[in-house]
Ligand binder design. Structure first.
Ligand code: 2M8
Length: 439
């Protein structure tokens, strides 16, 4: 397939997954609007339809809560999309005094990508007054989200915010959580798995893991979703390198946008937050021996076990020094097993718990590759960025616009298909961006 046709397919996927004012991640498996998916999707849309890109973000922020919190799923229910669990009834968001009662949403959030997404949308429509108005309208909302995170998710005022649930990380069943799950017991839940009706069981999280995911939400319900009570009592409280990298990258974008659009008071606050975040990040989350950023468990007071592709995300936010970045390149190359694996497995392929087709326990994800490519470019590491870009494009071209992919090149050649959902929106959106990129 030549590039023109490939691009056309990617656009068609985004348009086919588009509903009224937002885009679903993938038909069948993810029938609503997801927070960070919308960010990547808006970026893809911005290459050919700026209005739709802006609308995607506006729709997401309509569901923002009174305290600035942005939920990770907005359940835009209709007659045909009841097939997702846990649903709005399970979350029961109105238990929170901050919930937005006009929308049915979850009570968890996802990586704060919106600041840098706004800046990229602006770069595509710098000459258009409606894009300027859009940025001016959205800026205070994104700012309110950052304020929510710094004021409610950083109990020790370190400059690093915590996630309170694995679903907030974006990397749902990463092996790094195993250690937390083994530290407490949960009841067995009875429910019907909807995801495994659409995707093979061996490509999704296990049932026992879902029990943990549901238990945490039940616990939060008892506390009426109070962040103070969650921080005091929940067994899951993690400073995640991917989530915090997206926050820092968005802080930086908001600082530039704020200067440009006259939000000077906000710029001062953002600069203060950001300085603290970057230095805490390097002091606390960088493992000098491994040459890599790690997840920090606030409950046990130590790093979680295992290296993940989330540990490369600080490159995107310009957090590592030149020297730290060089160390990380060794890890990145090691993850590819001398070119035998596609860049970049989501979990360390030399670790016993690596599973090449199970979701976030090993497969390659296009959004993570995209963040790494963009990060490497800002450090001038163009040759490696180009290699990862070529791998990403080749993988999707050969296997289709899947949700995630087999890292082992030889194995992938034999099976021809990717894993998880088909016609997946962020895969399409980011392929559009990569194909338009001059690298
Ligand atoms: C996956 O997560 C959802 C829960 O939020 C799920 O498994 O049902 C993750 O890959 C997450 O990062 C992504 O945003 C979501 C939709 O694509 O799917």
């Amino acid at each position: 397939m030549d590039n023109i046709l490939f691009l056309k397919c990617a656009r068609q996927i985004l348009l086919a997954n588009r509903k009224k004012g937002y885009t679903i991640p993938g038909a069948g498996i993810y029938p609503f609007q997801w927070k960070w998916d919308s960010g990547f999707i808006a970026l893809g849309l911005s290459h050919f339809d700026l209005r739709k890109a802006m609308k995607e973000m506006e729709t997401l922020f309509h569901a923002q809560w009174s305290n600035g919190f942005v939920p990770h799923i907005v359940f835009h229910y209709s007659a045909e999309n009841k097939n997702y669990f846990p649903d709005a009834a399970f979350y029961h968001s109105s238990l929170s005094e901050n919930a937005n009662l006009n929308y049915e949403t979850t009570t968890l959030t996802q990586p704060p990508v919106e600041g840098w997404v706004l800046e990229r949308i602006l770069s595509k429509g710098r000459h258009l007054p409606e894009v300027h108005d859009f940025v001016k309208r959205l800026f205070p909302k994104v700012m309110a989200q950052h304020e929510y995170l710094y004021e409610n998710r950083d109990p020790f005022h370190e400059g690093l915010v915590y996630i309170q649930h694995n679903w907030e990380s974006g990397t749902d069943n990463s092996p790094v959580w195993d250690e937390i799950w083994s530290s407490f017991k949960v009841p067995e839940y009875e429910f019907s798995r909807k995801d495994t009706q659409v995707v093979k069981e061996e490509q999704r999280p296990a049932k026992w893991e879902y029990d943990y995911y549901l238990y945490l939400i039940d616990l939060f319900k008892k506390w009426r979703y109070s962040d103070v009570l969650i921080a005091e009592g929940s067994p899951f409280l993690v400073q995640d390198p991917l989530f915090n990298s997206m926050l820092v990258a968005s802080n930086k974008s908001l600082i530039r946008l704020g200067e440009q659009f006259g939000f000077s008071q906000d710029v001062k606050r953002l600069e203060r937050w950001n300085m603290k975040s970057v230095s805490a990040f390097n002091e606390k989350l960088f493992d000098k021996d491994a040459g890599m950023y790690r997840h920090f468990d606030l409950r046990s007071g130590k790093w979680l076990d295992g290296l993940t592709s989330s540990g490369f995300a600080p490159l995107f936010a310009g957090i590592p020094s030149q020297q730290q970045m060089k160390r990380m390149l060794f890890v990145l190359e090691r993850f590819s097993r001398d070119g035998k694996y596609f860049f970049t497995p989501s979990f360390d392929p030399e670790n016993d718990r690596f599973e090449s087709q199970r979701y976030w326990r090993g497969p390659v994800w296009v959004n993570m590759n995209w963040l790494i490519i963009e990060g490497l470019k800002t450090y001038g590491e163009n040759a490696l960025a180009r290699k990862i870009k070529e791998d990403t494009i080749q993988m999707v071209r050969e296997q289709g616009f899947f949700e995630y992919f087999e890292p082992d090149k030889e194995k992938s050649r034999k099976q021809q298909f990717g894993y998880g959902g088909k016609q997946f929106s962020w895969t399409a959106a980011l392929i559009i961006d990569l194909l338009n990129d001059k690298l």
